[in-house]
Structures are given as structure tokens and as C-alpha cells.
Design a protein around this ligand. Structure first.
Ligand SMILES: C[S@@+](CC[C@H](N)C(=O)[O-])C[C@H]1O[C@@H](n2cnc3c(N)ncnc32)[C@H](O)[C@@H]1O
Length: 267
């Protein structure tokens, strides 16, 4: 990962750079190898696992929504759209409100959606540093408490706890009662997570507190403590995996509203 010229790049700048430099290097190197001739990288995101992995994760984590006619999903950190396009395929009546910090990833996803005639089903928005931004966007669309699933895959492994908590709060204030967060975070207590933590710490040591593409580490206890205080019922789905995967169903919206009032969020 190359450093930005600025001392303290934002999340968005870090990921713009990842896409233009690191992704391109990985793509060219992997696609040259003869053993990868049947699994070439075609889109940003393919380097983290292909369609079958995405579908297995969606099968294991997404709630059964077969009874619901019109669905509104929020996706955080949509990247090149690895999950977005599968969700659009699976749920013919769903609209995805996709948010990302990186303008370059949003451009790539915008082109991919047009090529797949899916652009009328996905609303792409670049995030900024306003913590109420997503709430305001959804309010402006008349979607107050209308969101069915608030999901994010392989993006929240890169954010700090305050950022993650702001997204949890945003979900708690925008989901309908019974709606769910579906997400993964990096789990420092799983065997595979611990191994990644050991082998990567030395490599990322110099990045210290700066925004970067390194992992930030949590545990199921941290996730359930925060989400239960915000009125969610949490189920973990991460057996044997490196990350902590969870589905958190909003059972008591009032709880988050009280905390949000204290914390200054728009309610
Ligand atoms: C590893 S990629 C995963 C992309 C996609 N979800 C996937 O699985 O292919 C991480 C994505 O999260 C986005 N991201 C990083 N920090 C973020 C933040 N604080 N808020 C929202 N998105 C963020 C990046 O721009 C990038 O698109």
C-alpha cells in the first residue's frame, strides 16, 4: 500500500489509492499465473474471493425476506460491488442504497451497474465526515425507519470502533423494527483472526493510528455489548471463520433513540 503524499490521508484517499495502485498490481500478477487461468480477476473485489464465496456468505447471513414485497437495503463500503450485484440478483424488488468513502470505487461500481442494467436499482453515494449523513440521505428519500437490512462485508474490518459504532447507531435509527444489521468485523479471538493479527502486526506497525487499509480488531463480546445497548438481538454466524460475522435484529428501537439523544445524533 503506497502512502498518500499527505501525512494523514482520509479513509477515502486510502481506498482510492488502493484501487489505482495495489489492486492493479495484484490483478496483473495473479492473472499472469497459469494456475489462475480459470479464476481470473475481472473486477475490483475479485481478489478477496469470487461469486461462490459471496453466495455462501449471503446464504448463511441474510434473513429470509421472501414475504416482503419492496425492500430497502443500505450497503456500507460497497467497493467494486461484489456483494451489491448478487443482492440485486437475489431480491428482484430490492433497492440498494450503497455508500462508500472512495469516489473511485463508486465510479467503478457505477460502470459495472450500467453494464449489468442494474443502475436503476442501486443509489450510489459518497460518504463524507458528517456522522448524520446517511440518516439525512435516507430521510430526504422518505425512508425514515424503512430500511430492511443494513449490511457491510469486508469493509468494517478496516474501521475504528468509533466509526463502527456510528454505523451501528445509524442502523439503529434507520432500520424498521425487526430489520437487521448483517456484517463482519475482524475477530482477534478466533484462531484464524489471531494468526492474522500475529503475522500482520509487524508489517503495519509503522502505520500506527493513521487511516490505512490495515485491519482493526474486535471480538464478539465488544460487538454484542454495543449492539444490545442499542436495542439489537445479536446472533453470531462465524463458526470456524477468521472474522466475526453477525446478524443483529432491531427489537427495541427506543433504546438507541435515548442514547442518540444524549450523543447528539439526529433522531
Ligand atoms: C476491502 S473493500 C470491500 C469492498 C466490498 N464490500 C467487497 O467485499 O468487495 C473495503 C471497502 O470499504 C470502503 N471503506 C473503507 N473505509 C470505509 C469507511 N470508513 N466507511 C465506509 N466505507 C469504507 C472502501 O472504500 C472499500 O470500498
Amino acid at each position: 500500500m503506497e502512502n498518500s503524499k499527505k501525512d494523514n490521508p482520509s479513509y477515502g484517499e486510502v481506498w482510492d489509492l488502493y484501487l489505482t495502485n495495489r489492486y492493479e498490481q495484484i490483478r496483473q500478477k495473479r492473472n499472469r499465473l497459469p494456475e489462475n487461468r480459470n479464476s481470473k480477476i475481472n473486477f475490483p473485489g475479485d481478489e478477496w474471493g469470487g461469486v461462490s464465496k459471496v453466495n455462501t456468505i449471503l446464504d448463511e447471513t441474510f434473513p429470509d425476506l421472501s414475504q416482503v414485497d419492496e425492500l430497502n437495503f443500505v450497503e456500507i463500503g460497497s467497493g467494486g460491488g461484489r456483494y451489491t450485484v448478487q443482492i440485486i440478483d437475489r431480491y428482484p424488488k430490492a433497492t440498494v442504497h450503497a455508500f462508500d468513502v472512495s469516489s473511485r470505487y463508486l465510479d467503478v461500481l457505477g460502470r459495472r451497474l450500467i453494464e449489468n442494467s442494474m443502475d436503476d436499482r442501486v443509489r450510489l453515494t459518497q460518504l463524507n465526515e458528517n456522522p448524520d449523513f446517511i440518516i439525512d440521505c435516507l430521510d430526504n428519500l422518505g425512508l425514515k425507519r424503512q430500511i430492511d437490512v443494513f449490511y457491510s462485508f469486508d469493509a468494517m474490518v478496516h474501521v475504528d470502533l468509533q466509526t463502527l459504532t456510528t454505523y451501528f447507531m445509524t442502523a439503529a435509527l434507520t432500520l424498521s423494527k425487526g430489520g437487521a444489521i448483517v456484517m463482519n468485523v475482524a475477530d482477534a479471538t478466533s484462531d484464524k483472526g489471531l494468526e492474522k493479527l500475529f503475522v500482520s502486526s509487524r508489517r503495519v506497525f509503522a502505520e500506527q493510528g493513521r487511516c490505512s487499509a490495515k485491519f482493526l480488531w474486535y471480538s464478539p463480546d465488544i460487538v454484542s455489548s454495543i449492539l444490545e445497548h442499542l436495542g439489537f438481538c445479536v446472533v453470531f454466524l462465524n463458526e470456524g471463520s477468521r472474522d466475526c460475522y453477525f446478524k443483529a435484529t432491531l427489537v427495541d428501537p427506543q433504546k438507541a433513540e435515548v442514547i442518540a439523544g444524549r450523543a447528539g445524533f439526529k433522531t
